[in-house]
Design a protein around this ligand. Structure first.
Ligand SMILES: [Zn+2]
Length: 108
């Protein structure tokens, strides 16, 4: 069973985001990093650092901006990334975006 990271919205966490588990995508240590800092703030910090994959190599075809869009946080994707990475990344199919919905916080 997979869980969604409450910070970076990575959908394939093999554990519930708690109990000092660390997201391999954004590096958040649940129960520590998010003890006093809201998830939205941690997400903004991760994006500001470049939204890089945290642990070893990212999954093939992984794209942080698509992950944010698919997770319902399209408005948090930096404008430069929309114009730059998606234009040149031909290995990833852009998702169908329903612009009619707001941010979706996946229930965990
Ligand atoms: Zn994460």
């Amino acid at each position: 069973m997979n869980f969604t990271c409450t910070v970076c919205l990575y959908k394939k966490l093999p554990f519930y985001p708690a109990d000092y588990e660390i997201c391999p995508c954004c590096g958040t240590e649940f129960g520590n990093d998010d003890e006093r800092v809201p998830h939205a703030s941690l997400r903004a910090e991760w994006i500001a650092r470049g939204a890089d994959w945290f642990f070893r190599d990212p999954p093939e075809g992984w794209n942080p901006w698509l992950q944010l869009i698919e997770g319902g946080a399209a408005q948090e994707v930096p404008h430069f990334a929309v114009n730059f990475r998606m234009q040149f990344n031909t290995t990833v199919k852009p998702p169908e975006i329903n612009w009619g919905t707001g941010p979706i916080l996946n229930p965990v």
